[in-house]
Design a protein around this ligand. Structure first.
Ligand SMILES: O=C(O)CCC(=O)C(=O)O
Length: 296
């Protein structure tokens, strides 16, 4: 489904926007389920296994930063994850064997929904190679004011910047890092059903939602299956025995199979250690790790 030009653009820039990636029917199903999940969050008073609450969340005004693991909550999401259509977009970028790392639905609430500080996903979950990306499915229109994803093109080929502060992993770069060229950042806007793709090493972040509309993007983090995890601060495999880990890896294959031989690449790696006090989501990592905000 991708043209050679799109594939070349992704390889060069470390990101891509795919218009109309999701068809109207599955899009409408995901929108309905998302509205329902947000509705059900009204009675929740603390972040839990399903919801990450934003400041100011009340029964009258639900404000979420995230719905966790949406593909495990409703078939509307898993149907898209396991679709031929998604696989045909990903295979030219990741090869025939593809594994899901994790999924998340970032739901920036209207009127200030939390920023995501600048970071490289690679700093959170280094693997034996970096054929790893995140797709971001826009469930509503995303424009300049409702907190769009921003990326710095080409940084997937650059060094991995420090994501530590005061000796602790804080999940964000220092905005004053001389290697951070913020003036080169581009914004990925689009219509509901469009999709962004960003490489695991590309620098990205997003500003608070300053509009009166929610910004809802469903992220699937996807991995060439011969990339084996070295570490993960949020612990997709944390605490699992070897058989459990193998079972989860196989269970997360979305196409092809899970090889037992990792492919090793000579690429920069830094471990997300020591961990911050709360590593339950990127929002908590950045807040509890004391990340300096680029958006304050
Ligand atoms: O929701 C966003 O704007 C960015 C999310 C992101 O980069 C992440 O969760 O790693």
């Amino acid at each position: 489904m991708l043209t050679n030009e799109q594939i070349g653009f992704y390889r060069e820039n470390g990101y891509l926007r795919v218009e109309g990636a999701i068809e109207p029917k599955p899009l409408a199903a995901m929108q309905r389920v998302t509205a329902d999940l947000i509705e059900r969050s009204r009675t929740i008073t603390d972040s839990d296994d399903t919801y990450d609450l934003d400041d100011g969340h009340t029964p009258d005004t639900p404000r979420l930063t995230r719905i966790k693991l949406p593909h495990t909550r409703d078939a509307a999401f898993s149907d898209v994850l396991y679709s031929q259509r998604l696989a045909s977009i990903l295979k030219p970028l990741l090869g025939p064997n593809i594994r899901l790392h994790t999924s998340k639905l970032n739901t920036k609430a209207p009127g200030g929904g939390a920023a995501v500080e600048w970071h490289q996903d690679w700093a959170f979950y280094p693997h034996t190679n970096d054929d790893i990306l995140a797709v971001g499915i826009m469930l509503e229109d995303v424009d300049e004011v409702n907190g769009p994803l921003m990326v710095v093109p080409g940084t997937h080929k650059n060094p991995v910047l420090s994501h530590h502060r005061n000796g602790v992993f804080c999940g964000a770069i220092d905005p004053a890092d001389p290697l951070f060229e913020r003036d080169k950042a581009v914004t990925i806007t689009g219509k509901a059903g469009d999709m962004s793709i960003h490489h695991v090493r590309v620098l990205h972040g997003s500003a608070p939602n300053l509009s009166d509309r929610a910004r809802k993007i469903l992220f699937f983090e996807l991995i060439a299956a011969d990339a084996w995890p070295l570490m993960g601060v949020a612990g997709v495999y944390q605490g699992l025995s070897a058989p459990e880990m193998w079972g989860r890896m196989q269970g997360n294959i979305i196409c092809g199979e899970q090889p037992t031989i990792p492919r090793l690449a000579a690429i920069p790696v830094s471990m997300p250690l020591p961990p911050p006090p709360d590593a339950t989501s990127i929002f908590k990592v950045q807040k509890s790790g004391g990340a300096i905000s680029a958006f304050a």
